[in-house]
Design a protein. Structure first.
Length: 125
């Protein structure tokens, strides 16, 4: 299995990591997991989780399409690895309440997704 495919698994697990952090408040109620009061960095961890879910589908599709059309594997692996790094940075910036850095990391991640589609397009030309 390629590195890029492993990155899909990592990207799929990131929302769970941010979600777990958001619940480290001590007031977590499993009967109503989305209703407990979150403030500060825990609230931002919850937002990071939501954004990680939103970013997952386009990334996974981009990797799978690029693999399917046999784009250059080195390009796929590089872009997938960079996406994971940007998404880790995005979550960390969310926790640290650094909105500009967070936006830059988000932009880097979406550029990786676009790059994967471009690599796929070049492979089919």
């Amino acid at each position: 299995m390629s590195f890029a495919l492993w990155c899909i698994l990592i990207a799929a697990l990131l929302p769970y990591a941010w979600s777990t952090l958001s619940k480290l408040e001590g007031k977590y109620d499993n009967a109503a997991p989305r209703l407990h009061a979150k403030t500060g960095w825990r609230k931002r961890a919850d937002w990071a989780q939501q954004n990680a879910w939103e970013a997952f589908a386009p990334f996974a599709v981009a990797v799978l399409v690029a693999q399917w059309v046999h784009a250059a594997q080195t390009a796929i692996d590089l872009l997938a690895g960079l996406f994971i790094l940007f998404r880790l940075g995005h979550g960390a910036a969310y926790l640290a309440n650094r909105p500009t850095l967070r936006s830059l990391a988000w932009t880097g991640g979406i550029l990786c997704v676009i790059g994967l589609f471009v690599a796929a397009g070049r492979a089919t030309s």
